[in-house]
Design a protein around this ligand. Structure first.
Ligand SMILES: [Zn+2]
Length: 167
């Protein structure tokens, strides 16, 4: 069995660091783990480019070695690897920024200040403003990602057909 998730490149970690320090100063102490998702995930008929989850007590415990020995990770971001491998850094930053917009640092929380927010639009207001030169970037990147999956499926089918023909 192959595992579904893989570690990201140093470059991805570097990009996340840049986005965090530039646009999300409130997350300065947050422990965020980024992983590649090797499997296509769909939601509402659309391919999911990335997502962010808040960790629970169990995941915190299991991730103590990687981040903060007492608390583990606060958030985990998973990114579709095929998508990531086929886009520019500009789009990568858009994805990371979008996912980090889902975070909410609740200064009044007594136990865990790291919460998550949902968006009512397909993006957040701040992002709409920042992406105004390319407002449909998500659709564009999703279409490209779907195409990559489709092409690879075609190649797999073609190999299978050739194999059957030889037998
Ligand atoms: Zn979102």
């Amino acid at each position: 069995m192959g595992l579904r998730y893989d570690e990201v490149t140093d470059h991805a970690i570097e990009l996340l660091k840049e986005v965090r320090s530039k646009d999300f100063p409130e997350l300065v102490n947050a422990k965020i783990k980024v992983l590649f998702d090797l499997k296509k995930r769909k939601s509402g008929g659309q391919v999911v480019l990335a997502r962010i989850i808040k960790t629970n007590d169990l995941i915190r415990h299991l991730t103590r070695d990687g981040a903060d020995y007492h608390n583990g990770y606060d958030y985990i971001i998973t990114i579709d690897k095929k998508c990531w491998d086929n886009i520019t850094d500009l789009d990568r930053v858009k994805i990371l920024r979008h996912e980090l917009r889902h975070t909410f640092f609740d200064i009044e929380s007594e136990d865990n200040p790291y919460k998550l927010l949902n968006h009512s639009l397909s993006d957040f207001h701040e992002e709409v403003e920042l992406n105004k030169d390319d407002p449909r970037w998500r659709e564009r990147v999703a279409t490209l990602t779907e195409d990559v999956y489709e092409q690879e499926k075609e190649v797999r089918l073609e190999k299978k057909r050739n194999k059957n023909r030889r037998q």
